[in-house]
Design a protein around this ligand. Structure first.
Ligand SMILES: Cc1cc2nc3c(=O)[nH]c(=O)nc-3n(C[C@H](O)[C@H](O)[C@H](O)COP(=O)(O)O)c2cc1C
Length: 252
């Protein structure tokens, strides 16, 4: 499938009229989408936001018009571009789009889902066909399985152990190294250690080492030390704490 991102709020994208910037010109959005749909046999989907700002929440019109030119599904992040990642996502408006009788394509809701309970509750309350998760999955990819398991059984999976977390963190480090090369790979990985190790008391000194060391073997050795030090540590259960990525996320 081809998924068009009309949701990116980042200045250098949106202020050029791309990403969420396209929400300011629905005619253009429709023309662009129509051109993509006509140029491929793949199913085309769209991810977007509620609108440009509080005075221009045009997602209801956008949904109908994009469906009319042939998109096969719509994912809605329940914030405006002006909100970036601040405030609460407006799920009532996502629900309104989903429950519009004119809308027949699947609608996925997105924004602030950080636990299995919340995923199920919001799916049921707003009638969406699925939920999408962003920030809560960063450093915590277990959330997807946790949700699937909870929806199926009504029970929570046990939290990942320190061994589980470090194993995934190491894999991420190796993939980052492989994909981006030693310098950038190690540098870009630095922002992730906090997320994988969130909740561990007294982790600060280890974290400082992780974000300053420059060799993979040295970083791996610190991660191994962490496993030994925190063996058997019981992590808090959901909901996992959300980090304010508006402040911390380098893409903004
Ligand atoms: C670091 C970061 C990178 C993101 N990159 C993308 C992206 O490439 N494409 C996209 O559609 N959304 C992207 N998003 C937005 C998320 O997909 C999601 O819409 C938003 O974070 C709200 O969901 P959440 O409350 O579950 O985080 C990004 C968000 C963050 C924090």
């Amino acid at each position: 499938m081809l998924d068009i991102n009309f949701g990116c709020p980042v200045k250098k994208v949106a202020l050029k009229g791309a990403g969420a910037g396209v929400l300011k010109d629905v005619d253009l959005m429709v023309r662009l989408t129509d051109a993509v749909v006509k140029s491929t046999n793949l199913p085309v989907t769209v991810k977007t936001r509620l609108g440009w700002d509080d005075n221009n929440k045009n997602i209801e019109e956008v949904a109908e018009r994009l469906q009319d030119v042939g998109i096969k599904a719509l994912a809605i992040h329940g914030r405006t571009r002006a909100q970036m990642y601040k405030g609460e996502a407006d799920w009532a408006l996502i629900g309104k789009v989903k429950n519009n009788p004119r809308i027949t394509i699947p609608v996925f809701g997105n924004g602030d889902i950080d636990s299995a309970e919340k995923a199920l509750e919001y799916k049921n309350r707003y009638g969406v066909d699925g939920v999408m998760i962003g920030r809560a999955a960063i450093g915590y990819p277990w959330i997807f399985n946790e949700i699937k398991h909870f929806v199926k059984t009504g029970e929570h999976l046990p939290s990942p152990t320190i061994e589980d977390r470090v194993a995934v963190c190491k894999k991420h480090l190796h993939k980052s190294f492989e994909w981006k090369g030693p310098k950038v790979g190690i540098f870009e990985m630095r922002r992730h250690y906090t997320n994988y190790l969130k909740g561990l008391p007294g982790i600060k000194d280890y974290r400082l080492k992780l974000v300053t060391l420059e060799k993979v073997e040295e970083i791996v050795a610190v991660l191994d030390e962490i496993v030994i030090k925190y063996a058997g540590y019981e992590f808090a259960k959901t909901p996992i704490e959300l980090i304010n990525y508006h402040e911390k996320c380098p893409i903004n």
